[in-house]
Ligand binder design. Structure first.
Ligand code: HEM
Length: 183
């Protein structure tokens, strides 16, 4: 699989941002009482979530302009006639597509929740309970869906990397473009 260096950069930037935003949400915001101390963490979470929205839009634009990854040569992972593909590898592509959808859904539901909670008028607003707003449940549900998709994505990578011995990490790592290739 051949990805451009720009696609690879955006992939790792997105992965880092998702882990950070998710971690701050689940383990930082949820257990913290709604006092003024929570505001900086909340702003950080919102800022990171919004930058993820921009990054996902950039990735989708890049994909629409350049198309998906090119298959350089048939790999050992390619389907062999008469041999069923394991469910994990059959799920790989739909999981990737759903990841592209789940990230903006998270960010947009978060943005809507922030609007419902009054951050559109006052950035220091702090409701007694975020669950009073309809989008809090949606944001929480999407976060569970996103977590499940990330686990499946990592399992697929681990399957290729350790069971099929394909060095799948190298597909998503930087390399010097060859003379006859352009990025
Ligand atoms: C892809 C981006 C995002 C991810 C992965 C994410 C993740 C999370 C997670 C995991 C939680 C805790 C959910 C739970 O356990 O029920 C949460 C809560 C929250 N998020 Fe996000 N979020 C994102 C974007 C945003 C954005 C853009 C905003 C606002 C502009 C936002 C505002 C909030 C708020 C207000 C809460 C509730 C905090 C609380 O209940 O104390 N999020 N988020």
């Amino acid at each position: 699989m051949r990805y451009s260096n720009m696609t690879i950069l955006l992939h790792w930037l997105g992965a880092g941002l998702i882990f950070l935003t998710f971690g701050i949400g689940a383990w930082g915001l949820v257990p913290t009482p709604n006092t003024a101390h929570k505001l900086p963490l909340l702003w950080l979470h919102m800022g990171l979530g919004l930058s993820l929205l921009v990054l996902t839009a950039l990735r989708l634009m890049l994909r629409a302009r350049r198309g998906g990854p090119r298959l350089k040569r048939p790999t050992r992972t390619a389907a062999r006639p008469g041999r069923p593909q394991p469910w994990l590898t059959r799920l790989a592509q739909p999981v990737q597509n759903l990841l592209y959808a789940a990230t903006p859904l998270m960010a947009l539901s978060g943005l809507g929740l922030a609007w419902q909670a009054g951050y559109g008028q006052d950035l220091r607003a702090l409701p007694a309970d975020f669950y009073a707003f309809s989008l809090r449940a949606a944001h929480g549900t999407f976060s569970s869906l996103l977590a499940a998709l990330i686990v499946l994505h990592l399992l697929t990578w681990a399957y290729y990397q350790f069971i099929r011995g394909e060095n799948a990490l190298a597909w998503m790592w930087f390399r010097k473009p060859k003379k006859d290739e352009h990025e």
